[in-house]
Design a protein around this ligand. Sequence first.
Ligand SMILES: [Zn+2]
Length: 133
Amino acid sequence: MGYSYTIDKPKLEDLLNASKIYWKCERQCKEKCPGRGSSEGLKPPFTLSKSHDHIPQPERAQVLKVRDEIKERALNSNDAPRSIIREALLTQSDECLANMTGKQAFRKLISRARNGKAGFGFNSKCLSQIEIL
Ligand SMILES: [Zn+2]
């Protein structure tokens, strides 16, 4: 696969009861990629309905995984953001590090997670899940 998606429909609060979920390429906003698809609930299989206009980025899956780990720890510990980020990055390959969006972005991620933005953690789980289909 190597493509990452965000949920297009339904709204986050209706997600658990939705029988069909529509996904759009995470690059749609910035780079206008037409890639989209759907799945029956939050389970495989994922059906691609429109192709992407760029090559797959398998390393993105790794980045998303690290983001999940950081978020998880932000929520379940009182550790300083600095040490959470450092430890998460210690286990990553150079290739993955090169694709990271930067430590500043991770700090924001931690404070957003800790401030309890609605549905934040749940959405990220969906992203990782669809990534491995
Ligand atoms: Zn795309």
